[in-house]
Design a protein around this ligand. Structure first.
Ligand code: PLP
Length: 421
């Protein structure tokens, strides 16, 4: 069976194939950037326009009691289902950066762990900036950043050695944004616990694509965004998780009225809510939450185990095609070969990576356009969102990459890059 026939056969056998029809698509386009911004679920259009017209437009302030106050809790419950947490351990709202700030600050001030901040060179820049800022504000030593030989894979021995030397609060992205390298969550949580440390997991590149189970992995703290694989929409609210074992020790650095024990008493004195609600600060972003709920419902309905099985099959198919057809043309595979060590995007590189991304994006005459993304200095990320990417999409992407090189299309573009890539 050739690769094209194989792809068609795999699409026919795909139990999630019909989920693609739940999303908005452009004609003649393959979207491989769901690891950055997920696609628009068609239902979100109706939900948002109804909310605007009926709840905001007609019922105005009455909608708070009737619909909106319950929304963040309902979403937290759904996230708890997805991540195997108790609903009382999750809250949703604000950006990932802000939630990370609140969580790390609270952990430092809790006195539960030594006040050393640690991260590593695979982490997303905002996480490192947040740690650095907190260290300055609280007069701590600057965070230790474990530097690996490669910016694609962790060296667990080195990471563990550093945790042993400077135990404390460790912030890691479960799935690394550059290569999709995925840490052994349970093993590292255990190691951290044995060394008087805690790992705060940034799940942004994992949630909705990787099967995460807070209970079996003994995860104590995490944050993550919802606009990638959960298809919550641009700037969708992020979530914050704290295990019930820890919550009573933590206090939020942002004492907003929504984190008050009784916000609608309008008391002049701040009294923190007891549970996870203490981390809420201000009025929830209702439109964004409503959009997020639709995306999240699709993931829950499809089932994260089935999604992960498809993700593994899709990324393995892509890895095999890269090895067979692209490496001979000067490409490199930058993501882990072992499926258990990677999330749901595949990173490749080439000496002309930026120009190749431009060729993919603009297409050839009437040909298919392919949206991938570029991360400096040389990485092309191909995001494989299992809810709407199929095996044939992968087959055609690889054929297009071959064509770009074999027909010297890169000569049509220069190396200049815009601000957002
Ligand atoms: C791993 C990771 N962490 C944090 C962020 C930043 O999230 P936010 O912009 O919601 O603060 C991103 C954004 O893409 C990310 O990929």
């Amino acid at each position: 069976m050739n690769n094209k026939t194989l792809a068609i056969a795999k699409d026919c056998d795909d139990p999630l194939a019909h989920y693609s029809s739940l999303f908005a698509h452009n004609e003649n386009e393959i979207y491989l950037d769901g690891n950055s911004l997920g696609k628009l679920p068609l239902k979100t259009k109706t939900v948002i326009s109804q909310l605007i017209e009926e709840q905001w437009g007609e019922k105005l302030i009455g909608s708070w009691n009737e619909h909106w106050l319950a929304l963040p809790k309902r979403i937290a419950q759904k996230l708890a289902l997805l991540l195997n947490a108790f609903p009382s351990e999750i809250t949703v709202g604000e950006s990932t950066s802000v939630n990370l700030y609140k969580l790390i600050h609270a952990l430092v001030q809790s006195g539960q762990y030594p006040k050393n901040l640690l991260t590593d060179s695979l982490n997303f820049p905002t996480d490192n900036y947040i740690l650095e800022g907190i260290a300055k504000q609280l007069n701590l030593a600057q965070p230790v950043c474990v530097e690996y030989v490669s910016d694609l894979n962790a060296e667990l021995k080195l990471l563990k050695k550093q945790i042993q030397q400077t135990p404390g609060i460790v912030c890691l992205s479960l799935v690394s944004y550059k290569s999709a390298y995925c840490y052994p969550m349970r093993e590292l949580n255990k190691y951290a616990a044995e060394h008087h440390s805690i790992i705060v997991w940034d799940l942004s590149h994992a949630v909705g694509a990787v099967n995460i189970d807070f209970k079996t992995t003994n995860t104590l703290a995490a944050i993550g965004c919802t606009y990638k694989y959960l298809n919550g929409g641009p700037g969708a609210p992020s979530f914050l998780y704290v295990s019930e074992k820890l919550i009573s020790h933590l206090a939020t650095p942002i004492q907003g009225w929504f984190g008050h024990r009784r916000p609608f008493d309008f008391s002049p004195k701040y009294e923190a809510a007891e549970g996870i609600d203490k981390f809420d600060a201000g009025t929830p972003a209702i439109l964004s939450l409503a959009a997020l709920e639709t995306g999240l419902d699709i993931t829950l309905e499809a089932g994260i185990q089935t999604i992960r099985v498809k993700s593994e099959a899709l990324t393995s198919f892509l890895v095999a095609l890269v090895q067979e057809e692209l490496i001979p043309l000067g490409f490199r595979l930058e993501s882990p070969i072992d499926v258990n060590q990677r999330g749901s995007h595949i990173t490749i590189s080439h000496q002309a990576s930026w120009r190749i991304c431009q060729c993919l994006l603009y297409g050839k005459e009437e040909g298919t356009k392919i949206i991938s993304d570029f991360r400096p200095n040389k990485y092309i990320r191909l995001g494989i969102a299992p809810l709407y990417v199929g095996f044939e999409d992968i087959y055609w992407t690889v054929q297009r990459l071959k064509e770009i090189i074999l027909e010297n299309e890169i000569d049509n573009y220069d190396e200049q890059r815009p601000v957002v890539t």
